[in-house]
Design a protein around this ligand. Structure first.
Ligand code: ZN
Length: 435
């Protein structure tokens, strides 16, 4: 796969985007920034929309899911929608409401695992806190404020091997309640550790501690993302699943022609890692509601919407499992996705992936046009297959869908890895879809 130096710059952009996006709230904020800079206009669900041909817009739900679209020059009922979907959330540890407590002379924070995190990788890392604060503002209203603390203020220390002699043979067994709370401070006899924590957060956010009425806070690794391996073959970074797909799709839409006949859409959802069943998740009506409003000016808008859906394609972009050299027998022999060898089409007979022969072919043809090789993945038949927003969206909208994604290792680890060349290659394929 031929990738130029300037293509690789986009992988560098991805790493910066990831480091600035420790939470879905930050990811959406960053994506809004990219879109606004490219001339997209913000609209809100609660307002009426004045949509024009060629118009470029974006909107959010809960500040953690985002839809962007460019209205095509031809009616959607004639051309359909070209949609790329992905998710903004990643597995992590989240603070409980009454998080602060003291034990054995330490101040600790109660946490819950969000999604299927590889919990062992969260130990012995230098952890920061990020998320959003809900503040009381004038007239009894609330406002939301992003918070991102990149100093290593928390740590989940592993037990020394001398006190856990069999850990290498038996594996690290973690009880989510007992073994995950990070340490924040040595408190001794301090009376009010809760207040100390709140004041710390308030100071970092530059607000009064009494104004904080709610918090959605989570932990992240403070180590910056990097290129790695010989000749910078790899990227080592958190949250590649699935911020890499969000970044690739957004970059492709921004780089593609300003006006096309077809209406192009990005749909990035929160809460994929916990099943998508939320007001802003993949199972919500967010995308359907938005697409329906894009047909509101047609003469028979209901029929226009259905005709448009019947002509549309949804590309569900989520990361794929590259073959691991130390565990290659965990893959089906005929399906060994390799890093830096192009995007992967994911297929599953039980429809945990939405791909079928036709939608897979349509994606393969886009890759061919873009001059990018394409790979195939199917799970070992004796292992349970993961899923994506693909089947959920396909069922929710009745839309033709293909599940694809770039290959990676260490999925759901606090620090994942992928290929430096695959990112610009996927942008190229998405650009083809949007042209
Ligand atoms: Zn994912």
């Amino acid at each position: 796969m031929k990738i130029t130096k300037s293509d690789l710059k986009k992988t560098g952009d991805l790493l910066r985007f990831i480091d600035r996006s420790p939470t879905p709230f930050h990811a959406v904020d960053e994506l809004e920034g990219m879109l606004a800079k490219a001339g997209f206009e913000r609209i809100r669900e609660e307002d009426s929309w004045n949509l024009k041909k060629g118009g470029r817009f974006f909107l959010t739900r809960n500040d953690s899911s985002l839809i962007a679209f460019v209205i095509g020059t031809q009616p959607v009922e004639e051309n359909g929608f070209c949609i790329i979907g992905a998710h903004t959330d990643s597995p992590n540890l989240r603070l409980k409401p009454n998080a602060v407590y003291q034990k054995a002379g330490y101040t600790q924070l109660g946490v819950e695992a969000y999604g299927g995190a590889l919990l062992g990788t969260w130990t012995d890392r230098d952890l920061g806190i990020a998320g959003r604060l809900i503040l009381k503002s004038k007239n009894n209203r609330t406002e939301s404020r992003l918070l991102k603390i990149d100093q290593p203020i928390l740590r989940i220390p592993q037990l020394a091997i001398h006190l856990n002699r069999n850990v290498n043979e038996k594996g690290l067994l973690l009880n989510a309640q007992k073994h995950l709370p990070p340490v924040f401070a040595v408190t001794g006899s301090e009376k009010n550790p809760e207040q100390r924590f709140r004041e710390f957060i308030a100071r970092e956010a530059n607000v009064k501690s009494a104004a904080i009425m709610g918090m959605d806070l989570m932990l992240h690794d403070t180590q910056p993302s990097v290129f790695g391996g010989a000749d910078e073959t790899f990227v080592f970074a958190p949250r590649l699943d699935n911020l890499a797909s969000c970044h690739a799709a957004t970059q492709a839409l921004i780089e593609s022609p300003r006006k096309t006949a077809t209406t192009r859409v990005l749909a990035f959802y929160d809460n994929e890692e916990v099943g998508s069943e939320t007001a802003q998740g993949g199972a919500s009506p967010f995308l359907r509601d938005t697409l329906e409003r894009l047909t509101q000016n047609a003469e028979d808008s209901r029929s226009a919407y259905m005709r448009a859906i019947a002509r549309s394609l949804f590309i569900s972009a989520d990361m794929a499992h590259a073959v691991h050299p130390n565990y290659s027998d965990m893959h089906d022999l005929q399906h060994w996705p390799m890093i830096n060898s192009g995007p992967v089409i994911k297929t599953n007979a039980s429809q945990r992936y939405a791909t079928d022969g036709e939608t897979g072919a349509r994606f393969a043809m886009l890759c061919q046009k873009a001059g990018v090789p394409v790979q195939q993945f199917a799970m070992r038949s004796d292992l349970r297959c993961g899923s994506t927003i693909g089947p959920i969206t396909a069922a929710n909208l009745g839309i033709k869908t293909v599940d694809i994604g770039n290959p990676m290792l260490s999925m759901h680890s606090i620090r994942e890895m992928a290929g430096a060349k695959d990112h610009p290659a996927l942008i190229r394929v998405f650009r083809e879809f949007f042209s």
